[in-house]
Design a binder for this molecule. Structure first.
Ligand code: ADP
Ligand code: GLC
Length: 495
């Protein structure tokens, strides 16, 4: 609620929203948080690019009749932009999809599947999206309180709002929140970005919000211009201000805005990730009846061509990038294969893809690798494994550990960022904890945590008690949505 006692009106701008487009956790967040905000009484809409791979029929996407075409400013001209609309499933959250200029009718979100690299015109793509989104919001004339921008692909929005829409009847008073999902992807481009964005080149000088080591850094602009900033866990909020390993060069900028920077942990969408109802897994199960999980385990091994396993089945579902601590798994993989079975699903860096494919050939009975993006297999791995491994170098929040908890698949995590905030270490004395944590980033520490887990796994009653403890955790979006509501209210009050 606003101070005037009416519903808060929020628009989210992002590059991903599940189920329309998802490359990682950002998609999950933008697909779920708006629904949770709606349950808190907010009115929310979402704006995303209209990628070529999005199936119109599956998602009931229609041309947006009141404004099927707009003209988005870009560089010195305007681009004819088609507007489509749909609803987030089971909600009244309207989703607007923008396409034009040939920027989005392609098969990839960020990377070209053919080259595994970013599209050469990624700067123009997302500037077009940002300018189109603002233009659409202006033309919709729907009153708005807060514009919530996510990650570097929307980093210029707070600045464009202030520089270009300060007299706009709909947008002039709108406040902004910029959420950092991953400080390592900053969107750094040549100075020419300002011309495309329609920002006067005079704003580019050393130390200005628009200048970063001689270039334009979209994330820096977002941090400097947004009314407030958030990131996806309290621990990561502290890490990115204090340590270049985490802040990736933005520590100073973030420290300067420390008073306006908040950490709100992500939630899990239990409408999508719930072993009691999940339609994508072979058998449903609950804390009271775990028998379905044994079926999921058996079928997972079968599906991956692995023999029935004695030891624990350990799962990994991940973008294959350095962030995820895959080099620790690389260094320890033979030890892991001695203790249990490793199941890995992911896509990303070619070196990792190659390594994990080879290792599956080397240990055909103990390691299975699937390269690609496969949502249904991701669900089956969450359900069918005994343990879930996330040895991340850094992890702003992480969602898979939350899903793992709910599926009774005990997480083994490096205690960083959101992993530190959501997984409690097992304590044999008090018999408490929901997972296994390690601290120092090296394979020895990781293996020590895995060994502790395997030891407990052999003690069936204690292991099952731990599974039930994990499954009874509540990491639904509701608490986080309440925290966002308070933050939005605070932003509006600071007007
Ligand atoms: P990040 O956003 O850094 O990738 P998160 O843990 O926040 O990490 O979220 C990752 C999300 O993407 C999860 O929902 C996970 O299941 C999903 N995911 C990652 N890789 C794949 C893949 N190869 N196939 C299917 N789902 C994947
Ligand atoms: C990023 C982070 C991940 C987080 C996700 C959603 O991709 O890497 O830790 O969970 O965003 O906020």
């Amino acid at each position: 609620m606003t101070p005037q006692g009416r519903a808060l009106r929020i628009a989210m701008v992002a590059a991903e929203a599940f189920p329309f487009a998802k490359a990682g956790g950002l998609g999950d967040v933008v697909g779920a948080l708006p629904k949770a905000l709606e349950r808190q009484g907010a009115r929310v809409m979402v704006l995303i690019p209209d990628y070529g791979f999005i199936d119109r029929r599956d998602h009931h996407i229609q041309p947006y009749a009141p404004a099927p075409v707009i003209r988005a400013p870009l560089g010195g001209h305007t681009v004819q932009t088609e507007i489509h609309a749909a609803w987030l499933p089971h909600s009244r959250v309207q989703v607007f999809l923008l396409r034009g200029g040939g920027y989005f009718d392609r098969d990839g979100i960020y990377d070209d599947p053919a080259t595994r690299k970013g599209y050469p015109d990624e700067m123009q793509r997302f500037i077009f999206f940002m300018r189109g989104a603002l233009q659409l919001l202006s033309e919709l004339r729907a009153p708005l309180d807060v514009l919530h921008c996510h990650d570097a692909q929307t980093g210029l929005v707070p600045a464009l709002l202030r520089r270009q829409y300060w007299e706009d009847p709909t947008l002039s008073g709108v406040r902004t929140l910029f959420t950092i999902h991953n400080a390592a992807y900053q969107g750094i481009y040549p100075r020419d970005a300002l011309r495309w964005a329609g920002i006067d080149d005079g704003f580019f000088y050393p130390g200005s919000p628009f200048e970063y080591w001689g270039k334009v850094n979209f994330m820096k602009v977002g941090i400097e211009y947004a009314d407030m900033i958030s990131t996806v866990s309290p621990t990561y909020a502290a890490e990115i201000q204090s340590d270049p390993e985490y802040g990736a060069g933005l520590e100073g900028v973030l420290r300067r805005r420390a008073g306006d920077l908040f950490g709100i942990v992500n939630g899990a969408d239990y409408e999508v990730w719930n072993p009691e109802t999940d339609p994508l897994i072979p058998a449903n199960y609950s804390q009271d009846d775990l028998s379905g999980k044994a079926i999921c385990r058996r079928e997972l091994l079968q599906r991956l061509g692995l023999p029935a396993a004695e030891g624990p089945v350990i799962g990994v579902v991940s973008r294959l990038v350095a962030q995820k601590g895959l080099d620790l798994i690389e260094q320890a993989v033979s030890q892991i294969a001695e203790l249990g079975v490793l199941v890995l699903l992911g896509e990303g860096d070619l070196n990792y893809q190659q390594f994990f494919k080879q290792i599956a050939l080397k240990y055909p009975q103990r390691v299975a690798t699937r390269i690609g993006f496969d949502n249904s297999l991701a669900h089956s791995i969450e359900a069918g494994c005994d343990m879930f491994l996330m040895p991340s170098k850094y992890e702003p929040c992480g969602l898979n550990q939350l899903y793992s908890l709910r599926y009774g698949t005990i997480p083994i995590v490096r205690a960083t960022g959101g992993l530190a905030d959501t997984v409690a270490d097992y304590d044999p004395v008090s018999n408490t904890g929901t997972g296994f944590r390690f601290y120092a980033y090296n394979p020895g520490e990781m293996m020590y945590a895995i060994r502790r887990a395997v030891e407990l796994y052999r003690d069936r009653p204690r292991w099952q008690a731990m599974m039930r403890r994990a499954m009874s955790q509540n990491w639904s979006w509701d608490a986080s949505a309440r925290a966002y509501m308070q933050l939005y209210a605070r932003i509006c009050e600071s007007r």
